[in-house]
Write a protein of this length. Sequence first.
Length: 138
Amino acid sequence: MTHQYSYGVIPLRKFKGAWQVLLIQHGTGHWSFPKGHPEAGEEPQQTAIRELEEETGLRIKKFISENQFKETYQFMWKSVYIHKTVTYFLAEVTGEVVVQVEEIKDAKWVSVEEAAQHVTFPAARQICLQVFQELNKG
């Protein structure tokens, strides 16, 4: 078994007074958040920022929470069993969405309340619920 680690941003914007989250459709067809593998010497947050900019053209306006949101899952790739951990940072973003067509099929803004209905995998649905709770606490 091989362990892989990726880092990403859960991109948020305010639209008509309510939070929206950007979901992207990866080249493999599933809907989730922007993420990717670290380059040599990169810190997790640096990786997340770079991947956000590369995949969507968006930039960080500010990080919203100290909390990190994690998902873990397993899959087979080229006859190798992969155990993957993805860590996401919650951030308000700025700019216009310009998808990286080599890796991303589509992108859409949805309300935070509806995000769990749009993502593909259960781990991402759980993160959507955690983000909703984080934004509505206190």
